[in-house]
Design a protein around this ligand. Structure first.
Ligand code: BTN
Length: 243
């Protein structure tokens, strides 16, 4: 594994994506920064990190024979690896809020931004960006955000957390195309926030839907049982889980 440390950069995902385009990268390459000036989140959101308190990094992983239809597998194994790593560091009640927010209890402590580069019918490589709130103690104007420190009362060594996450994620990504999809999906669903609970969603048109989260489809849609529909499928852009 090769780790590139940068003092400051706009976005580790953008940097690594460009690097992968221009050069031949070692199979497991990581870009880590102290200061991310323009961090990107899912759905065009911003991602804010705090120097010295957050972990902000991106991982490069090349694949062989991973079909485009299997790409949700990447999202599942990465989320699961982070859940496992955080549990091993004694962070309580870690779950995955669909599709891949990392929660402790009801608060978000981490986010994942996966950007896949495709070639014909395969995923050639992925840039997997991870932002983790480690030792922050306040989140002005972000009521649903928290940190590992706030949830455990403990201060963490950033290097130790990074090392645990990198090992777990790269381990889970190994031989991914040979992994049993339904087994991974089962594991992912077992760790899904509000599974089998009535939840409230906001649609992209601004209306609200109530329904029970049943799981995910093979391409990563959220399966929700609503009053009129036993299994409605939602894509990421269609709904936002409120609670
Ligand atoms: C989200 O929850 O919306 C995903 C957040 C992902 C943030 C990480 S921080 C490192 C990497 N570089 C970025 O610009 N974004 C990801």
């Amino acid at each position: 594994m090769k780790i590139i440390k940068l003092n400051a950069i706009d976005s580790t995902n953008s940097y690594l994506k460009q690097l992968a385009k221009e050069t031949f990268l070692q199979e497991e390459t990581v870009v880590l920064t102290n200061r991310q000036l323009s961090g990107r989140g899912q759905m065009g959101n911003k991602w804010l990190s705090r120097e010295g308190q957050s972990l902000t990094f991106s991982m490069f992983k090349a694949f062989e024979k991973l079909q485009i239809e299997q790409q949700f597998m990447i999202s599942m194994v990465v989320s699961l690896a982070i859940v496992k790593a955080l549990k091993s560091l004694n962070v309580p009640k870690v779950t995955i809020k669909w599709p891949n927010d990392i929660l402790s209890a009801n608060t978000k402590i981490g986010g994942i931004l996966i950007e896949n580069v495709l070639e014909s019918s395969f995923v050639k490589y992925s840039i997997i960006g991870i932002g983790l709130n480690v030792n922050e103690t306040d989140f002005p104007n972000l009521p649903q955000a928290s940190s590992m420190k706030l949830e455990t009362g403990k201060t963490f060594q950033l290097e130790e957390v990074l090392d645990t996450i990198l090992k777990n994620v790269f381990k889970n990504l190994k031989n991914i195309s040979e992994k049993d999809f339904s087994e991974m999906k089962q594991l992912y669903e077992n760790n899904l926030f509000r599974k089998e609970r009535i939840s409230v969603f906001e649609t992209s048109e601004g209306s609200q839907i109530n329904g029970i989260i049943k799981g995910v489809s093979d391409i990563g849609e959220l399966l929700v049982e609503t009053e009129n529909n036993p299994l409605q499928k939602f894509q990421l852009k269609e709904v936002k889980l409120i609670y």
